[in-house]
Design a protein around this ligand. Structure first.
Ligand code: BGC
Length: 397
């Protein structure tokens, strides 16, 4: 079964649509906004030729997930160090709030926008206004769809995230090694699994699920893996607004309808995001599985290395997560804003994959890392993302 979503049209090229805005920015950005050195030295906002500082609007989706708080703060800090003034807003996962915030950023004089959309298709009127005013838009992690005024996209390799999540599930089930090679002593199955995806209005959800399903499907076709609920299309397994509560409820319903309320074997659950994973784990433990992986809790994957989930992984409850270093993504977004401000094309390493329905958006994609229990110390703590104390407490500063 091929469930690839219909956004796959490919094209190339970067139209310098924002030349007018870029010129304005170049004219008034002075030296501070552009230099990497300014970022290092924490320089004060760059005085513009006419004494004006360039304002950047940064729109983030929600504060209910810690990754977006970290993203927002890191982007703000990086931009301020590079000499920009920043208007950072979070939208409580509410689409009208986000559209209003972006409108407000434009009317209050933002010259560049950095946006992580709640619904990738809901910002067209704001992007039309931005385009008409020559304001470049950096789409941050989530691609804004159906509009030509998206200048640049910074994200992670989202298809690979899905592949990594499915691979972690297969590792947990003893079917492959960490490099994805099938194991000689692998169980023959059938092993029962269930599948979850993210919010359908987030372009990323489709990439994650495509990557994951393409990786799991050969095992489903061979009968080694069985999705007992029969729910395998993204429409059936999606989770609106990535809600932990909705995921818990869906897991509980599946357990009631297909697993005798928790008395029948379930080996693993594909989860696209740590909040969803925690909802799933609550439902599983509530039905009597576990409490830990060593006591028969199904293998549950994740994403974002949220502190609560890193603790669960450390405690042998959640099996894995995907680490997306928001510090690196924020840096890349700052670089993109600086380039656009100088009338230059931001650094691009993918100019074919992200068709937003109107054009292929030039992108810079970062790599991700799978985190199992043994990776917490060297990768998460070792890189300074969390301290050992934060992991032990399940709470970050
Ligand atoms: C991000 C993920 C995140 C999810 C839920 C996606 O757009 O790429 O990292 O887990 O949103 O916030």
């Amino acid at each position: 079964m091929n469930i690839r979503h219909p956004f796959g049209k490919r094209a190339t090229g970067f139209a310098a649509v924002f030349a007018a805005a870029a010129l304005t920015l170049t004219a008034c950005s002075g030296g501070g906004a552009g230099a990497g050195g300014a970022a290092e030295s924490g320089a004060a906002p760059a005085p513009a030729g006419d004494g004006e500082v360039i304002k950047v609007g940064v729109a983030m989706p929600t504060q209910t997930s810690e990754r977006w708080i970290a993203d927002g703060e890191a982007v703000k800090k990086g931009l301020e160090e590079a000499g920009f003034e920043v208007d950072l807003q979070f939208a409580n996962d509410d689409i009208p709030t986000q559209t209003q915030q972006v409108d407000q950023m434009i009317t209050s004089g933002a010259k560049v926008l950095v946006i992580a959309a709640i619904d990738g298709t809901a910002l067209s009127s704001q992007l039309d206004t931005a385009g008409a005013a020559g304001i470049p838009v950096v789409s941050y992690d989530r691609l804004i769809r159906d509009n030509e005024n998206v200048s640049h996209y910074v994200s992670f390799d989202n298809y690979k995230v899905g592949v990594a999540q499915a691979n972690a599930l297969l590792v947990g089930l003893g079917l492959v090694d960490k490099d994805g090679n099938e194991k000689a002593d692998a169980p023959k199955g059938p092993l029962n699994i269930e599948l979850f995806a993210g919010s359908l209005d987030d372009n990323n959800s489709h990439f994650f699920y495509d990557g994951a399903f393409d990786t799991l499907n050969p095992f489903i076709e061979k009968g080694v893996l069985v999705v007992k609920s029969g729910q395998t299309t993204i429409d059936q397994v999606a989770t609106l607004r990535w809600s932990q509560e909705a995921a818990q409820k869906r897991m509980e319903d599946i357990l009631t309808s297909n697993y005798g309320g928790g008395s029948e074997p379930l080996a693993g659950v594909l989860s696209p995001y740590d909040g969803i994973s925690r909802g799933i784990i609550t439902a599983l433990q509530g039905a009597g599985y576990g409490p830990g992986l060593d006591k028969g809790l199904p293998v549950v994957t994740g994403q974002d290395a949220e502190i609560a989930s890193v603790k669960l992984i450390n405690d042998g409850i959640q099996q894995s997560t995907i680490f997306k270093d928001t510090r690196t993504l924020a840096k890349q977004a700052v670089k993109a804003v600086e380039a656009l401000g100088k009338g230059k094309e931001p650094e691009v390493n993918d100019s074919t994959t992200y068709d937003n329905g109107v054009k292929v958006v030039p992108s810079y994609l970062l790599d991700v890392q799978t985190i199992y229990k043994e990776d917490i110390e060297p990768i998460i703590i070792g890189s300074g993302y969390y301290t050992a104390e934060e992991v032990a407490a399940g709470l970050a500063e």
